[in-house]
Design a protein around this ligand. Structure first.
Ligand SMILES: Cc1ncc(COP(=O)(O)O)c(C=O)c1O
Length: 375
């Protein structure tokens, strides 16, 4: 039986008080003081002029692509080593995701390889700040500028990470976030888009709210969606934002503890950190070099599960999944770094309440399970 899960929430009395306030106010749909407060506070945190709350991170991506008028026949460049939502959102607007390999130094999309994949159909790039590590945004933005492309950061996993001192979310036309239960800041299900452009704000707000005319209630000049988030969910997020320093600090300590205890085990590798990166401490990552460690990644995961510890394998590359693989093959995509990481990487339990004893247990199993270490 699993008794240490891979992720967990960090919710306190503050979240309870705000939720109760939202409930008692009777404003439980998508209007209310917590929606406005969350959008103001989150924009400030990301260093952008605006933030809009939406139902989840997938919808944040979908809304961004609608806002940028991405259409059938267009192509959007994304990494293959990411959660499926990044590619699904591209398909929702009828466009085609084109996959580019990741950089071994960041595990994020490799800017050096992007230009090879640009065609006449390419409209934009969605770098993903994978497992909390920011992508190399200057290099990506430079390529985008040369080719007249937009850039949308998928920052679902990288709340409050920094790139060259600037918060992720502030580094491109639009950035998207997820507040799913396993994320650093959460409200169960939720998302946000952040951006600076005031014109884009009018369009994104209309698309989020059934296409409503901002000047005329109940008049709908365009086809829109209901992508709104509730005041109750925003109440949780407001509390999480107020507590963000404490939440991040706790997770950083867990990262440090894992670093200290896993260092020196032959065959266990770590997530690289680029010199310009201040990653978000999302899910702690390790890689297993089977030849050196003496056991496979999957055998280690099985062993940990037998001892009640849940882990997560790295993402299965999207270019191997049935909805995307035929098109990917047709384009001749070959992504060796993505494939190697996907087979060797796993996420260890990472959440605020993880105790030192639990980290000792997890890391000792990893140390002792190594064939090379068994003496
Ligand atoms: C990189 C990435 N993009 C998008 C999403 C989608 O977010 P959500 O699950 O809130 O729809 C996730 C979610 O976990 C993600 O990891």
């Amino acid at each position: 039986m699993i008794n240490i899960h891979v992720a967990g929430t960090d919710l306190t009395e503050k979240e309870e008080v705000y939720v109760l306030e939202a409930l008692r106010s009777t404003w439980i749909s998508s209007t209310g003081v917590f929606v406005d407060k969350f959008e103001n506070d989150f924009a400030k945190l990301c260093g952008t002029k605006s933030a809009l709350s939406v139902c989840n991170g997938t919808i944040a991506l979908h809304l961004s692509l609608l806002g940028l008028d991405v259409r059938p026949g267009d192509e959007v460049i994304i990494p293959s080593l990411t959660y499926v939502a990044t590619a699904n959102a591209v398909r929702y607007v009828g466009a085609e995701p084109v996959f580019v390999d990741v950089d071994p130094e960041t595990w994020c999309i490799d800017p050096k390889l992007i230009e090879n994949s640009i065609t006449r159909k390419t409209k934009g790039i969605i770098p993903v700040h994978l497992y909390g590590h920011p992508a190399d945004m200057d290099a990506i933005n430079q390529i985008a500028a040369v080719h007249g492309l937009w850039v949308v950061e998928d920052a679902a996993e990288a709340h409050l990470a920094r790139y060259k001192g600037c918060p992720v979310g502030s580094l491109s036309k639009i950035a998207t976030f997820s507040f799913y239960g396993n994320k650093i800041l959460t409200c169960g299900e939720g998302g946000a888009v952040v951006f600076n452009d005031p014109q884009l704000k009018i369009r994104l707000k209309a698309l989020r709210g059934q296409g409503v005319d901002p000047m005329r209630r109940y008049y709908f000049p365009i086809t829109g969606y209901n992508f709104r988030l509730t005041n109750v969910a925003c109440a949780i997020l407001c509390a999480q934002i107020e507590r963000h320093k404490e939440i991040i600090e706790r997770r950083k300590k867990i990262f440090q503890n894992y670093d200290d205890k896993l260092r020196g085990i032959p065959g266990i590798g770590f997530q690289p950190v680029a010199p310009w990166a201040e990653p978000a401490p999302w899910l702690y990552c390790i890689t297993v070099d089977e030849k050196i460690y003496g056991q496979s990644r999957d055998a280690l995961m099985k062993k940990l599960a037998q001892d009640g510890i849940e882990t997560r394998p790295f993402f299965i590359p999207l270019h191997h999944l049935p909805p995307f693989r035929d098109e990917s093959r047709r384009r001749g995509e070959n992504l060796p770094i993505t494939d190697a990481l996907s087979l060797s990487g796993l996420n260890l339990p990472t959440f605020s309440q993880l105790t030192n004893d639990q980290i000792v247990k997890i890391t000792e199993i990893i140390r002792c399970f190594s064939k090379k270490y068994a003496f």
